[in-house]
Write a protein that binds this ligand. Structure first.
Ligand code: NAD
Ligand code: IPM
Ligand code: MN
Length: 349
């Protein structure tokens, strides 16, 4: 399996190189035949050459590197993130990665809430513009666009995945009282698709009230499905419930082609970039999601066990209350991973 690695900007360039040795070790141990190629797409290239996602990138990835690991994009020198939109939203839309799975396990719980975010349309459809009076925009429009085809294939995939993985409840998060056109389309399709999965109990909540209840008590929630912007916001709340953005990861998938992009939920964190203290847990969890996707469940489970154990030591990064660095934390993870893998080896006779 050939993997495209895009470290990106800021702490993306710190956490991604830090987690690659774990991927290599797991690849060797489980005989996974993994190889990767690093792509330098990001702010430096944009500032030097005005190139975000190079013109041949989508074809190259789709044919040769259908599995992508991305760090983060974002640079204070590019305040509107034009390069990040070009690269990140370009990959999500260009490869039709319409399912964004962002699981999060609230502290004190042993079960992840399975959040699914639609990843290509809605307020991210790129439809809109400004009308200027003089040099300043007087009117600004960003349209929320949803096609029935995308809502249907997204919800059907999510409900099937939830049902097959033994989930019992699914919540549709919407805002049909204030944003009625797309809201009602989502509700209509949700109800119709739910009828195909008799084991799933569905309910519908307004996004504002959902966020209120989620923060107060996440325990009733199981599967959650949301449109693009709502899912973006809920995933940062989910990260906070886990214990920080340094922990949460995401998988963006096109179920039809198998193309998939794995990344932390967090951004380039300019406030801590260059200090060596970024938490690589989320990037390593993105690797675990990638191993799950490729069908290497034991490799993913070993990595998750090592991460959870290392996070409880003083080598953890400051966001987790430790005194470690990106490097010392991953060294702790590697030690535990090596031990787990050696213990799991059959005894020689
Ligand atoms: P951010 O997620 O980068 O940071 C938010 C806060 O969380 C910061 O205080 C940061 O220090 C902390 N944090 C994030 N990741 C951490 C980690 N691994 N370890 C420890 N602390 C961590 O959000 P922001 O500051 O709003 O955005 C910075 C830039 O990143 C912006 O340009 C934004 O557009 C971009 N961004 C990119 C992505 C992406 O590439 N997927 C996601 C979110 C934001
Ligand atoms: C994320 C980010 C992106 C998004 C930004 C950087 C465009 O916040 O991956 O969560 O809104 O999807
Ligand atoms: Mn986000």
């Amino acid at each position: 399996m050939r993997i495209a690695v895009i470290p990106g900007d800021g702490i993306g360039g710190e956490v991604v190189p830090a987690v690659l040795p774990a991927l290599e070790l797991l690849g060797e141990h489980f005989g996974l035949d993994l190889s990767y190629r690093i792509f330098d797409w990001g702010a430096e290239r944009w500032l030097a050459e005005r190139v975000g996602l190079p013109p041949d990138a989508l074809d190259l990835l789709a044919s040769d590197y259908p599995t992508i690991l991305l760090g983060a994009l974002g640079d204070p020198r590019i305040p509107d993130m034009a390069h990040g939109r070009d690269i990140l939203l370009g990959l999500r839309r260009g490869l039709d990665l319409y399912v964004n799975h962002r699981p999060f396990t609230p502290r004190g719980s042993d079960r992840a809430i399975a959040l699914f975010r639609e990843n290509t349309q809605g307020l991210y459809a790129g439809v809109g513009g400004t009308v200027s009076h003089g040099r300043h925009p007087a009117v600004a429009i960003d349209e929320c666009v949803y096609t029935r085809e995308t809502v249907e294939k997204f919800l059907r995939y999510c409900l099937r995945t939830l049902s097959e993985s033994g989930r019992e409840r699914v919540t549709l998060v919407h805002k049909s009282n204030a944003v009625p056109h797309t809201g009602r389309l989502w509700q209509e399709v949700f109800r119709a698709e739910l009828a195909r999965f008799p084991k799933l109990v569905g309910n519908e909540e307004y996004v504002d009230s959902f966020c209120y209840h989620l923060v107060r008590d996440p325990s009733p929630y199981d599967g959650v499905v949301a449109s693009n912007l709502f899912g973006d916001i809920i995933s940062d709340i989910g990260a906070a419930l886990m214990g920080g953005l340094g922990l949460a990861a995401s998988a963006s998938v096109c179920p039809e082609t198998g193309c998939a992009l794995f990344e932390p939920v967090h951004g380039s964190a300019p406030d801590i970039a260059g200090r060596g203290i970024a938490n690589p847990y989320a990037a390593a969890t993105a690797v675990a999601l990638m191993l799950d996707h490729l069908g290497h469940l034991p490799a993913a489970a070993s990595l998750r066990r090592a991460l959870a154990a290392a996070a409880r030591t003083d080598s953890a990064t400051p966001d987790l209350g430790g005194h470690g660095t990106t490097g010392t934390f991953m060294a702790e993870v590697m030690t535990r991973l090596e031990k787990n893998l050696a213990d799991a080896r059959p005894e020689p006779h």
